[in-house]
Write a new protein. Structure first.
Length: 370
């Protein structure tokens, strides 16, 4: 591995750069120093761009990026937050190659340098790649089938159980009620899965994201978040979001509900949830139904101080039927992901014990939308 590392001596520790580029990331990786120069790349990056470090590093890498580049935003956030940050569906336009989409991650290495890694996408756009996209497609078909084939028989079973209960002996009545209760539970599950069967684009109108979040906060404060500290920090200068009001309420209420359950799980009475909004330059995604790339700079973050997402669930968290809740169906975040993608947005998360952040990026109203 040592012999394949591409580095330049710029006052940085070559061994540290090698470890960062190769041990921390199996994907194409580059290190950008405090001056904005490209000082290290791995073999995967050279293979991706078809050039060695000597050619890739000519000039100032950061200064060569176009204005509003999502990569500049990614590098800046990593330094400002002093933490690893990620973006999904970033448009990469580097070194004269045709633009392509990739998931990007940036992590500070010290001395102002940043490790930038790319995970190249395979044409699935914001609908997520691999198993997540396949899982959502499967759940759409399954939702249609269940809604059509099961809801009517369930109604018949429930009605028959109620008739049995009315004429049953006292000792048999609980069994009849059990049938009623379990039938209702299956019906609720079917109705939740039915939500995946709607392939129509949402009805998008200009909305004030803070009014939506205030409504979500009020609902949570009088329900799932009762007893928790709720804080918000809004950017008052944000432009209107382009969205479907009911769907966005559903998205953020689900995220706040999950955050509340995580914060309650602390068990020490110190659970907190924070809601932040901000404007992030340079984020562009491909909207649903093959629409062209558009900006999605409006950021909403839901932060809790719970125990964090279990490590074994993190890579599959947005797939259907993935849950850590004993009685959970594992459909909430899969539906949230579908609704956000339908808005032409992105959702991502970062989690460690004591801090979990779910981050949603949404498009804003443009002149074309007016």
């Amino acid at each position: 591995m040592t012999g394949s590392t591409r580095t330049r001596a710029k006052g940085l520790d070559g061994d540290a750069l090698k470890a960062a580029a190769f041990e921390l990331s199996p994907d194409p990786a580059m290190v950008v120093d405090a001056d904005g120069a490209l000082v290290a790349v791995n073999e995967a990056a050279e293979a991706l761009f078809g050039q060695g470090l000597g050619l890739l590093a000519r000039g100032r890498f950061r200064a060569a990026l176009p204005p509003g580049s999502a990569l500049v935003s990614l590098l800046t956030r990593a330094l400002e937050e002093d933490a690893r940050v990620r973006e999904r569906g970033v448009e990469i336009n580097l070194f004269g190659l045709p633009p392509f989409e990739a998931d990007g991650a940036a992590a500070p290495l010290g001395d102002g340098s940043v490790l930038l890694t790319l995970s190249v996408r395979t044409g699935l756009g914001v609908e997520r790649g691999g198993a997540e996209a396949a899982g959502l497609r499967s759940i759409v078909g399954l939702g249609r089938m269940l809604a059509h084939e099961i809801k009517n028989p369930l109604a018949g079973i429930r009605g028959a159980a109620q008739l049995l209960k009315s004429g049953a002996k006292p000792e048999d009545a609980p069994l009849a009620q059990l049938i009623v209760d379990e039938t209702d539970r299956v019906r609720r599950l079917v109705e939740r899965m039915e939500a995946f069967s709607d392939d129509h684009l949402p009805s998008l109108t200009p909305l004030n994201i803070h009014q939506i979040l205030d409504r979500v906060r009020a609902l949570a404060a009088n329900g799932v978040a009762d007893g928790l500290v709720l804080r918000e920090q809004y950017d008052p200068s944000l432009p209107p979001v382009l969205g479907d009001e009911d769907q966005l309420i559903q998205v953020f209420l689900n995220l706040v509900k999950n955050a509340a359950e995580a914060a309650h799980a602390r068990g020490d009475g110190r659970g907190e949830i924070a809601i932040y909004t901000a404007y992030r330059h340079g984020v562009r995604v491909r909207a649903a139904k093959g629409q062209s790339l558009r900006g999605a700079p409006l950021e909403v973050r839901i932060v809790d101080n719970g125990p964090g997402v279990p490590a074994h669930l993190r890579e599959h968290l947005f797939q259907p039927f993935v849950t850590s809740k004993p009685n959970g169906a594992g459909l909430g975040l899969a539906l949230v992901s579908k609704l956000v993608a339908g808005h032409g947005g992105l959702i991502d998360f970062e989690s460690e014990p004591g801090r979990t952040v779910f981050r949603v990026l949404l498009p804003i109203v443009s002149e074309e939308d007016v």
